[in-house]
Structures are given as C-alpha cells and as structure tokens.
Design a protein around this ligand. Structure first.
Ligand SMILES: Cc1cc2nc3c(=O)[nH]c(=O)nc-3n(C[C@H](O)[C@H](O)[C@H](O)COP(=O)(O)O)c2cc1C
Length: 315
C-alpha cells in the first residue's frame, strides 16, 4: 500500500504521520524535531508549559529541524489564547487544538497564516470545525491516550467524520505500527496521528521509569480515570490510580489556576509532572489503549522505517 499525500493548508509532510502532542513536557522539542526530520509532523505539547518555555521549545525545535513543527494546545487551559498567540508569533507551522473547542483561534490563525487543526470525536464537531476554517481535523477515538472526548472507537467515528467534511481527516487512537496505519488509510483516513508509540522512542524526554511502565504494561493495566479537567483520561494502573479509584488521592497543596475549570480533586499538572520526572508511583501515566502491543524503545528514524515497511507490505 502506498502512503497518500496529506495536505494541511500549504503544508505537505513527506509522510502523512503526525506525532500527537503530549502535555506536561512529554512531547518537547527533542521528539518533535526528530519526527519532523523523519518526514512527519512533530508536535510540541504546550499545555503545562509556561509561555516563555513554549517559545524556547519552538526555537530549539527549529534549530534541530527544518521539517514541519506544530504545537498542541488544550482549550481547557487558562492561558490558551496567550499560548496560541505566542506560538503564532514564533511562526509555528500548525496548531492542533482539542479538549474543548475554540472558535476564536480560527480568526487568529487566518490573520497570522497559521493552519488550525481541531481534534474532534464526532462528525458534527468536525463539520463545525470545517465551517469555522479548520485546515484539517484529527478524528480521535476512545483508544487514544490522555483526555478523551468520546467512548466510541476510532473505527466507528472515522467513517462518520470522513462523511461530514471535505478537509483532510487524520485518524488517532490506538495506532502502534504500520499495519494500524494501513487499516486507517483503508477506512478513508488522509493521515494518522500517533502518540503512545513515540513515547517509547529514544528521543522522547520522559524519565526511563515512565518508559519502563509502558514496556511492562499488560492490556488489563490500561484504565480510565477521572481528570479534574472534567473529561475521562486513559492511563496506566499504578499506586496513584489505585488511590484515585478509592478517592483517597493526595489533595493539591497549591493551585496555579492553570485550567479554565478544575474540579480540584487533585492537581492534574502535578501528577503528570511527577510521572514525567520519574516519580511514577505518585504520578499519572497517560497512555493509549494499545500500549501493551509496543515491545521496544526505538529511535524515531527506526520507528518511521518500520512503519513505512509495514505499510508497504500491505496490499
Ligand atoms: C502522555 C500523553 C499525553 C497527551 N497529551 C495530550 C495533549 O496535551 N493534548 C492533546 O490534544 N492530546 C494529548 N494526548 C493524545 C495524543 O495526542 C494522541 O491523539 C493520542 O494519544 C493518540 O492515540 P495513541 O497514543 O494510541 O497513538 C496525549 C496522549 C498521551 C499518551
């Protein structure tokens, strides 16, 4: 099978593969630049960073790559507008936005010439995004990692979303290899977004114990948890999650008011940061549903060559 061309505004990556943005410094410049260099779209997860930190990450990614670099900003964060404007001032190639829906960003994107890609889970939202001016949509199924907008599989929603819009549709959730990519393309996707597979790369900057949790995961370890953001999140079962399920998780000591709305049940930024720096037992380890299918840490170029060979081997 041949990979199709993915066109987002004027951007055409060598391969139609987007690395999903991952909040709280899971996808930083090192991973995004490696993916961009390999011919995909590398995405910095802006949520959980400070605005100066985001600017630094974009500049570092630019030094490391001449490929396509995007940022992912969750609408749920209080500084959404500040982050979006900063990314545009830094001349980011593309902005991905989910966890809520901003209409304003399409106007800002038009003014600065930045294509906006909305992350959606229904045909209705995809169609609204297209009417607002989205250059493409990511169709994210329940198999995805992190915060989830649906309990429907990517196999169900992709067809509905594809029927609802003319702009490119990028499938996300549970894709771990080239066979998964080929499956999505056969269902009509114009490209794919993968995140969990890229956490298990040499270039992803999370602590080794975070990666080891992924490598040791069994299917039954992947659970849904309640997030203070107000959406369910997909994560790995660990001592923190066990406490959360019993509602005896540590309450936040300080609050930086980083979210527009927060249940204050626990501090999502603190627990995501804990796992990123290696305190995995005190942290939340977000992951996609098919994490247990990935058996090794590879370099980003090797991940790409495997995917390309697998896609090619499918008739
Ligand atoms: C650790 C982690 C953090 C994530 N953070 C974000 C985020 O900040 N914003 C977002 O839109 N999606 C986020 N996601 C979702 C991914 O970008 C992606 O769409 C999804 O995980 C794809 O499924 P996969 O991981 O099975 O490939 C996150 C996923 C993971 C695993």
């Amino acid at each position: 099978m041949k990979l199709p061309q993915l066109k987002i505004g004027q951007l055409i990556p060598r391969y139609p593969i987007v690395q999903g943005g991952m909040a709280v410094r899971v996808s930083t410049s090192s991973l995004a630049a490696a993916v961009a260099n390999a011919g995909g779209i590398g995405v910095i997860g802006a949520s959980g960073m400070g605005v100066d930190e985001l600017r630094d990450e974009i500049r570092t990614a630019r030094r490391l790559s001449t490929g396509i670099i995007g940022v992912n900003i969750m609408f749920a964060i209080r500084d959404f507008a500040i982050m979006a404007h900063a990314a545009m001032e830094e001349k980011i190639d593309v902005i991905f936005t989910g966890a809520g829906f901003s209409r304003d960003i399409f106007g800002w994107g038009k003014e600065s010439g930045t294509p906006i890609v909305s992350i959606v889970s229904t045909g209705k939202m995809a169609s609204i995004a297209e009417r607002c001016g989205a250059a493409a949509v990511v169709a994210e199924g329940t198999e995805a990692g992190g915060h989830l907008g649906t309990n429907h599989s990517i196999f169900e929603i992709l067809i509905d979303i594809k029927k609802s819009v003319k702009i490119p549709v990028i499938a996300a959730g549970g894709i771990t290899d080239g066979f998964g990519v080929a499956q999505m393309l056969k269902l009509g996707a114009d490209g794919v977004q993968m995140a969990t597979r890229f956490v298990l790369s040499k270039e992803c900057a999370v602590a080794d114990s975070f990666k080891q949790m992924y490598l040791n995961a069994q299917a039954e370890d992947v659970v849904l948890v309640e997030s203070p953001v107000g959406m369910p999140g997909r994560a790995l079962r660990n001592p923190f999650v066990d406490k959360l399920l019993l509602d005896c998780q540590p309450k936040p000591e300080k609050c930086l008011k980083c979210l527009k709305q927060c249940s204050k049940k626990y501090c999502i930024m603190e627990v995501l940061e804990n796992s990123r720096i290696g305190k995995v037992d005190e942290g939340l380890v977000f992951c996609g549903q098919n994490v247990y299918k990935i058996k090794e840490i590879l370099s980003v170029p090797d991940i790409f060559s495997n995917i390309l060979a697998e896609v090619e081997s499918v008739s």
